[in-house]
Every structure is written in structure tokens, then in C-alpha cells.
Design a protein around this ligand. Structure first.
Ligand code: PMT
Length: 396
């Protein structure tokens, strides 16, 4: 793998050459990118010698757009140490030097950070908020550890040891290629069922859960067919193909067409169970003081249809959004729709479900397996779901 090691200006920068050495020893090709402050702690000569490549540290030195060519070159970017400053810059979209510019350009590829700072700084709400923002975007954190810090006090803030960071990268590089021969279907978002030319029946789904699933599957190497209902969300990933639909019937057509060539499907869309039996082609007018009656007919059940189409070797994962009798209802859907797994989320859990950036789920398998998550970012929940389903058979 081609690994870029980003180094920022903290005392733990003295451990960066050892990390580079270990990555090279593990067979990775390594290039370093350092901030000006990092070079107060570790020299250019050291980094260029251990990596065997020129250091990137000056945005303007070569007169070329090196942050873009380096971004194209690298498979993974690890920042060790990651100071509160670089964490804050990335969380707020600031690109004012070589490394921060590279970090913003490096979207769609795995980024790992090994934070290191004083324990009071680490505990500061601004830093914690920024860390959560980065995690929500899928940036992985290794450490920090608890122990004696350079400032003489003990607490959480020590950079993880180079061996630990190198081992984490090794686990990712196996993980990231595990689905490289696979194709997965994901549904996301709400559906809109038209009443007339200006109104529809819809729901509060934002698409965040489904987009996070598509991102995690693609990061793990899969080609992804993402079929989404109306949402403002976008996804830029070379392995994700997005089909935008409006109604349940359009989602049904796109999903049933894609499923036969897929290894599996995860259906997180909130599909309207019913639609108006007729859609007026003009704006319906008020009819005096009389009420209005809508005649509704049932939409096709996409998940149940895929369950009936499922071939040997395909994996089908559904969601269950419940408000009561959660477990029993989820189990019933698992059986009735011929699923391999069902992901239960309950609207009774604060911070779970529609619209929010977090979720709390229980993944129940037909094989009797069961995994519960705490309240986590939807990106982390997506990682857990992919590990428990798509990656299950590929884990040692
Ligand atoms: O989009 P977000 O704002 O991030 O919110 C995420 C979410 C709450 C929408 C998501 O986590 C979730 O729970 N999705 C499923 C919502 C739902 O409609 O659940 P359900 O229990 O009604 O449906 C069961 C399953 O059947 C789901 O996989 C659903 O996609 C599928 N279904 C339902 C009806 C239908 N006609 N066709 C279907 O495929």
C-alpha cells in the first residue's frame, strides 16, 4: 500500500521516523508530509532517509499542485502525531499549509489520525467536538493513550506507540480490500408519494444512514449501487453509483433491477407503505369547509420482493424502525421477508432514527447472532453493520 505519513508540531513527532520505518519494513511505500512546526521536532533529513522519498512540507516550493498529485498517489493518509491544531483545521475546512491542504484534498480515501496533546487540551469541548466531527466523516482515530505526558503531568493525551499505529494500518489494509470483488445494493432516504402536482406523502428520513453504509461498503472495496429517495446528500466515491428516485415504485424498479448482479443488499430506506390511489395533475383546491379524503393503496414491498428473489450466496439485510414491541416486530420481519440480518432501531432511543447524525441499533441474524451498538455516529454504526454482515464471512 502507498501510505502518506503526515507529521504535525507536537513533541511526539520524534516518534514519527520510527512509524515510517515500521511501515516501510511492513512492505508499504511511504512518503512524508510535515507542517513547518513539525520540522522543529524532527528533521527533513531524518524523514527523507527513513522513507526513501522527498518530504512534502511547502505548499509553494515546487510551483506545482503537489497536494493533488500526492493525494492521487496515496492509498491511505495517517497523521501522527495529530495536534489539536490540525484536528481543528480539518474539522473546520481550513487548508493553509501543505498538510492541511492535502488532508482536505484526500476525500474518499482512508485517513487515520493519532492524536497527541496535553490532557486538558484533549478534554476541551472544542477538541472533543472536532474529534466527533472527524469520526462522523469516517476519519479513524488511534489513541490517544493515557500515561505520562511531555509536560510532566499524567492523563489522556499520549500518542499511541508507532507499533500500535502500524498494526492498525495493517488491519485496515486487509479489511479495505476484502470486498474488492463484490457488488452491493443500498437503499437510502425517504420516498415521496404524490397527491397532486404540489403535494406528497413523505417521511423524515434524511438518507444519512444509507449514505454512510454506501461509503463504508465502498471503502471496504465493494462496488455500490446506491438507490436513494429525495435527499440533499451527495457522495463522491469512484465505486459508488447513485440512482436518484422519488417514489416507492421507482425505488422498487431500480432495486429489483440491480439486485440479481449483487452479492448482497442493505435496505435502509424509509419506504412509504401506501400511496394515493390517484395523483391529480393540477393543484387540488379547497372544497369549501369540507374535509378531504385520500384513498390510499399499498406500495410494493421492495425488501420482501428481494427476499423472494434471493439466490444462494446472496446476503439480504433489512432495517426495522420500531416504536413498540421492537424485538418481536424485527424478528417477524426477519422471518417473513426471508432476510439474513435485520437492523433494529427504535424511535424510543434518544438520538436514534430519522435525521440525526447518530443511531443506536441491534443487528439480529437469522443464525441467532446478535450485536448491539451504543449510540454512535451513523458512520460508526454503518461500519458495525458492514462488519457484522458483508464482512462476516471474510473475517478470520
Ligand atoms: O435516513 P436517516 O435520516 O439517516 O434515518 C435512518 C432510518 C431511520 C430511515 C433507518 O435507520 C431505518 O430505520 N430505515 C428503515 C425505515 C423503515 O421504513 O422501516 P420499516 O420497519 O417500515 O421497514 C422494514 C424494512 O422494509 C426496511 O428495510 C425498509 O427499507 C423495507 N421496506 C419497507 C416498505 C416497503 N414498501 N419496501 C421496503 O423495502
Amino acid at each position: 500500500m502507498k501510505v502518506i505519513v503526515g507529521i504535525t508540531g507536537g513533541i511526539a513527532a520524534y516518534k514519527a521516523p520510527e512509524l515510517v520505518r515500521q511501515l516501510v519494513k511492513a512492505g508499504h511505500e511511504v512518503r512524508c508530509a510535515a507542517t513547518e512546526h513539525a520540522l522543529e521536532f524532527v528533521t527533513r533529513v531524518t524523514l527523507e532517509t527513513v522513507s526513501g522519498n522527498a518530504l512534502y512540507s511547502d505548499l509553494f516550493a515546487s510551483g506545482r499542485t503537489e497536494h493533488v498529485s500526492l493525494k492521487d498517489w496515496g492509498d491511505l493518509l495517517v497523521v501522527a502525531p495529530a495536534t489539536a491544531n490540525i484536528i481543528g483545521k480539518v474539522a473546520n475546512g481550513i487548508a493553509d499549509d501543505a498538510l492541511s491542504t492535502l488532508l482536505l484534498a484526500f476525500s474518499g480515501k482512508p485517513v487515520v489520525m493519532a492524536p497527541a496533546m496535553n490532557c486538558e487540551m484533549w478534554a476541551h469541548p472544542a477538541v472533543q467536538h472536532n474529534i466527533e466531527t472527524l469520526k462522523g466523516w469516517g476519519i479513524r482515530m488511534v489513541g490517544p493513550e493515557s500515561g505520562e505526558l511531555a509536560c510532566g503531568v499524567s492523563g489522556v493525551g499520549r500518542m499511541a506507540e508507532p507499533e500500535q499505529i502500524a498494526a492498525y494500518i495493517a488491519s485496515l489494509s486487509t479489511h479495505d480490500s476484502q470486498l474488492s470483488t463484490q457488488k452491493w445494493l443500498v437503499t437510502a432516504g425517504p420516498t415521496y408519494e404524490r397527491i397532486d402536482s404540489v403535494r406528497f406523502i413523505g417521511n423524515y428520513s434524511s438518507g444519512k444512514m444509507g449514505f454512510a453504509l454506501a461509503q463504508v461498503l465502498a471503502d471496504a472495496g465493494a462496488d455500490v449501487e446506491l438507490v436513494t429517495g429525495p435527499t440533499a446528500l451527495t457522495i463522491e466515491h469512484p465505486r459508488v453509483r447513485v440512482t436518484r428516485v422519488e417514489s416507492a415504485r421507482e425505488m422498487y424498479a431500480a432495486a429489483t433491477a440491480a439486485f440479481p448482479t449483487c452479492n448482497g443488499a442493505i435496505l435502509s430506506a424509509a419506504v412509504a407503505d401506501y400511496r394515493p390511489s390517484e395523483c391529480a395533475d393540477h393543484k387540488l383546491k379547497k372544497n369549501g369547509n369540507e374535509g378531504m379524503h385520500l384513498d390510499l393503496v399499498q406500495n410494493p414491498d421492495i425488501l420482501a420482493t428481494l427476499g423472494s428473489m434471493k439466490r444462494e450466496g446472496q446476503t439480504l439485510v433489512g432495517f426495522a424502525l420500531e416504536t413498540d414491541n421492537e424485538e418481536a416486530n424485527a424478528q417477524r420481519k426477519l422471518d417473513k421477508k426471508n432476510l439474513d440480518y435485520i437492523v433494529l432501531n427504535s424511535l424510543r432511543d434518544k438520538g436514534a432514527g430519522f435525521g440525526v447524525d447518530t443511531n443506536k441499533v441491534t443487528i439480529i441474524g437469522r443464525d441467532g447472532s446478535r450485536k448491539e451498538s451504543p449510540l454512535m455516529s451513523k458512520k460508526e454504526v454503518a461500519q458495525l453493520i458492514v462488519e457484522a454482515t458483508a464482512l462476516k464471512d471474510t473475517q478470520q
